[in-house]
Ligand binder design. Sequence first.
Ligand code: ARG
Length: 440
Amino acid sequence: MKLWGGRFKNEESKLMEDFNSSLSFDKRLYKEDIKGSIAHVKMLAICGILTEEEGDIIVNGLNSILEDIEKDVLLIEGDYEDIHSFVEVNLIKRIGQVGKKLHTGRSRNDQVAVDMRMYTKEKAFEVLDEVKKLMETAKDLGQNNNVIMPGYTHLQRAQAVTFKYHMMAYYSMLERDKKRLLSDIDIMDESPLGCGALAGSTYNIDREFTAKELGFKRPVDNFMDGVSDRDYLIDIMATFSIIMMHLSRLSEELILWSSKEFDFIEISDEFSTGSSIMPQKRNPDAAELIRGKTGRVYGDLVGLLTTMKGIPLAYNKDMQEDKEGFFDAVDTVMKCLKVMNGMLSGLKVKEDNMYKGVKRGFLNATEAADYLVNKGMAFRDAHGVIGSIVLHCEENNIAIEELTIETLKEFSELFDKDVYDFVDYNKTLNRGIKEHIGKA
Ligand code: ARG
């Protein structure tokens, strides 16, 4: 069932019809498509392009289609070219001749452009909500587990931090993601409805009205750009990719920490899986899947960037390829944010093992060097002295703070009793990341 055909002599091939149809995936735009059409028709009536009565009949027809779709009375299926054809053909079926006036002063090019922007904007707010929830969960988890743990560089124990501080690093990343989402929303918040196919319309239409009616800040400036701009999708998919990159880094840490080698955390049963052969296994599949799906979201971004790179102005059918990738990206990022939230909510932190990791790692060695610097030694020399002390400790299986003052003095006369206080982990945390250990 087509909206065109007048200028053709022969039927379109079935193969081409299938190849061309986007209904199977753009059906999820039905609400935006109908709302966009309602705003358009209201505008046509206000501008005197349709009579008030015609406007009312079409709006009622569109509302009845929306209702029937939501009640599953009208199923979005069949050999329609896309969701726009589906709605228009069904409207004409329902209200007859007057339905044929719906598409006055409009093209499917500005129609699909406005549908996608509305959909994307709504989804961006949903993702924003999930990001905010995850931020709170990460913060709570840290606050409830304000315990000392090893901080790493090169995945080697480096200096002491707290688990809370570690979680707050992710909080900061998500905070930036939040800002990126808000900025993407701000940029996409312009209505392309009224751009027509590419050069506007000969009717005296009111783009300000439809923009306002559909919740946009303003109409777009340029018609050719308005119908062929997909930057906003690329923007938001770049943001999704960064969110996924952050989730993936956290996933990687959860996977490492839950291994017996680290044994810092336990992921709850709800978000763990077992092995079909090894009865003892407890696998962090949720975290691995998030890490894996990150590649998929990057792929969606790169896919659209590549699709767009050689397209001349204005609309080209290539742009229909924006949808599946975007839908996949937004579905994936939403699911991953929710699963990460669930995983963090039930995470058990093994405080004792984290502390053991700190003790065994000489994580106060840098502070011990700073101590000697405070007593007058040059840092490079202090670094050498503490290096020898660490070697001695390793050979004797002892921690720096467990050495007697006599032994320390063998390495440098500058050591005094106050060194024990200086390298105490609580004190080093307090001087460095300004964190006190203890339940907040
Ligand atoms: N399904 C099309 C898309 O998603 C709708 C726009 C069609 N426009 C056209 N001139 N054929 O891009």
